[in-house]
Design a protein around this ligand. Structure first.
Ligand code: SAM
Length: 267
């Protein structure tokens, strides 16, 4: 916290306020806000990112759950541009409605880590309303988002994101950049939604259920983890050896398995 702003950080809202000027400048430079952008910041807190973003874009919408930070936030940003505040839970925010009638949104924020994975899925559900996203997240989550197949970080999150966006890890941020410092390192990631999946994908819901089942037992062979979800003939049709394990399959291979319907239950 700087500039004498008084607010006790709330753990339940994942409040770790950025105070490192160098990190703040790098994040703003990565976003590169331009006048005319529909910029939306999630969790502005006391405005560490909000103020420089507002100065660059001239207009900014923010979504914040903690009403107690709003007075100091407004005070800090007064006279620097048009700030529109939505005091609400971002997980209940309708981003398609927010974007209606304008260009796709540019969403950003130093996210509360306790909701980061459900929030990513929530945002990707309306990704046609979003041009890009820049988030500070727990480093482990970013490692999982960008992991190549074959390692321990590659999993359900990686494979689900691969069907709808491109993720790029930008830089790592140490715990000392925040007040209070979190327990783990962070990283900044750029996420760009894709207009269409980068591989043939007929049924997203089926893809999601195959991926979830495969990674629920990641040490087992696919024949075992996908029993009742994917039949033997689907492995043959996709040309995939059922003795492989989930973490060795590329996203397009999961899509190929998901192209066959679920086997009929035995009677
Ligand atoms: N952007 C500020 C900064 O970088 O210093 C604060 C970042 S802090 C890690 C996360 C912010 O998200 C806090 O302001 C917190 O109150 C807010 N927040 C937590 N849960 C939220 C939710 N469900 N919806 C909207 N905002 C939330």
């Amino acid at each position: 916290m700087d500039r004498g702003l008084k607010h006790r950080a709330r753990k339940r809202f994942g409040q770790h306020f950025l105070h490192d000027r160098g990190v703040i400048e790098r994040i703003v430079a990565a976003i590169d806000p331009r006048s005319g952008d529909r910029l939306v910041e999630i969790g502005p807190g006391l405005g560490a990112l909000t103020l420089p973003l507002l100065e660059r874009a001239g207009r900014l919408e923010v979504i914040e759950i903690d009403r107690d930070v709003i007075p100091p936030l407004l005070e800090r940003c007064r006279g620097h541009g048009e700030l529109i505040v939505h005091v609400q839970d971002v997980l209940g925010t309708d981003f398609a409605a927010l974007a209606a009638g304008g260009p796709p949104l540019r969403v950003c924020g130093n996210l509360p880590y306790n909701i980061s994975t459900p929030l990513l899925f929530h945002l990707l559900g309306t990704s046609s309303s979003i041009r890009d996203m820049h988030f500070m997240l727990q480093k482990e989550v970013v490692d999982r988002m960008v992991a190549p197949p074959g390692g321990k970080d590659y999993g359900r999150l990686t494979v689900m994101l691969a069907a709808s966006c491109r993720c790029e890890r930008l830089f790592r941020v140490g715990t000392g950049a925040f007040s209070p410092p979190p327990k783990v390192d962070s990283a900044v990631v750029r996420i760009v939604p894709l207009a269409a999946p980068p591989f043939p994908l007929a049924d997203r819901a089926r893809y999601a259920s195959v991926v979830a089942a495969a990674f629920s037992m990641r040490r087992k062979t696919l024949r075992n983890s996908l029993r009742g979800v994917v039949g033997e003939e689907a492995f043959d049709a996709a040309g995939i050896d059922a003795r492989r394990r989930a973490e060795t399959l590329r996203p397009d291979e999961f899509a190929a398995l998901a192209a066959s319907p679920a086997p009929r239950p035995a009677v």
